[in-house]
Ligand binder design. Structure first.
Ligand SMILES: Cc1ncc(COP(=O)(O)O)c(C=O)c1O
Length: 378
């Protein structure tokens, strides 16, 4: 029997944090998933961007060799790991002027994106700008902190209101669009003028097909000055490492130090063996080239098959997605494809501007990609 004098057990429900978070209706997709699964050849699931190819042997070996790990890892991360991150950004993306103190490992980039506004002390007085078509976690993080968000690709249309944080994502999920250097320069200049923090989610930097993405930390973008800038990097896509949760943030050393000071108190340490594995992944480019070739093949054949069956592919110059449309409401397209046993994500999940698009992930095995091709050609 519960004590009638006790406070209502529902006190927490009334203030449940989950209520603050956006409705991300993957549930709406369930019925389409069931229809696709009923296809005699089984489902071809192109709705999520989760890697399916093996974790590179060099990384698995590094993890296994580091398996003896009795002590706590440090939140700041091993120096060798942070140096490997600096060297990777320099070697692959021409980023100069970073030191190891400007890098902090995080437990997958989603964790950082969702908690960064809270960890930097944003609240009800703060406005966060997210892209019009965006990975939903930027909004999740802002709402968790109690901050307001506006979805806009045009900073000049925002008016005089004070902006605290601007998110960029190039290459973009879901559109695959790559922002050119001139655009990035303008955003950096705008943020500097207005005193806003600029955080660039660059987790698809190595997944480029028709355009070469540039980091916001590149000297052509920021003139070598990282003040007020952070770039978020992830090993999930580049190195088939989503299961290891290996990512890092780099940029303004003062901001990185502040995140470290907060995160130390929260126990947000990347496990030691994962740190060693992540270093091995960052130091090796061979597996990246191999994986790039696999994706390039699947992308080319799926793009062609979708185009031949009446789709238009917009952007998609980089990332692991095709941003496809048949010029009809996205749910109609989701339905049409599900009847062919193919599941995709409705563009609406990423913003109003996606109402007539679907996002097609090419993170599937060659066998499943072939099945999709056959069904689209039938
Ligand atoms: C744009 C974007 N940012 C961040 C993430 C999160 O990646 P992870 O948490 O695996 O590093 C994803 C995952 O799909 C993504 O698409």
């Amino acid at each position: 029997m519960s004590d009638p004098a006790a406070p209502s057990t529902a006190w927490w429900a009334a203030r449940a944090v989950s209520r603050r978070l956006p409705d991300f209706p993957w549930d709406h997709l369930t019925a389409y998933g069931e229809r696709a699964r009923a296809h005699p050849g089984g489902i071809v699931d192109l709705s999520v961007g989760t890697p399916v190819d093996p974790t590179p042997a060099v990384v698995q070996k590094a993890l296994a060799d580091a398996a003896d790990s009795p002590g706590y890892p440090l939140t700041v991360g091993r120096l060798e790991l942070r140096q490997a991150a600096v060297d990777w950004l320099a070697r692959r993306f021409g980023v100069t002027g970073l030191g190891a103190a400007a890098v902090l490992p995080v437990i997958g980039s989603k964790e950082l994106i969702a908690s960064l506004p809270t960890q930097l002390g944003l609240g009800a007085d703060d406005l966060v700008v997210v892209p019009e078509l965006a990975y939903p976690t930027y909004e999740v993080g802002a709402r968790l902190a109690g901050a307001r968000t506006v979805a806009s690709d045009s900073l000049t249309s925002l008016g005089p209101e004070r902006v605290s944080l601007v998110w960029l994502n190039s290459p973009s999920n879901p559109t695959g669009r790559v922002l050119p250097v001139e655009h990035l320069r303008k955003v950096v200049a705008w943020c500097r003028e207005r005193g806003a923090l600029l955080v660039s989610d660059e987790c698809y930097l190595e997944c480029a097909w028709e355009e070469q993405p540039v980091s916001v930390l590149h000297p052509d973008v920021c003139d070598g000055d990282h003040t007020g800038l952070l770039a978020v990097q992830s090993l999930s896509k580049r190195s088939n490492l989503a299961g290891y949760r290996c990512a890092f943030v780099a940029g303004d050393p003062a901001l990185v130090a502040e995140l470290l000071a907060v995160r130390k108190n929260l126990g947000l340490q990347l496990p030691g063996p994962q740190q060693v594995a992540m270093q091995a992944a960052l130091e090796d480019d061979v597996h990246v080239a191999e994986q790039h070739e696999r994706y390039a093949g699947r992308r080319t054949s799926l793009k062609q098959a979708f185009e031949q069956s009446g789709f238009r592919i917009d952007h998609s110059e980089a990332s692991l997605y095709l941003w496809a449309t048949r010029g009809e409401p996205c749910w109609d397209t989701v339905g049409w494809l599900s009847e062919r046993g193919i599941l995709v994500a409705p563009g609406e999940f990423y913003g109003k501007a996606g109402a007539e698009h679907v996002r097609v992930a090419f993170t599937v095995t060659d066998e499943r990609a072939e099945a999709a091709l056959a069904r689209l050609r039938a």
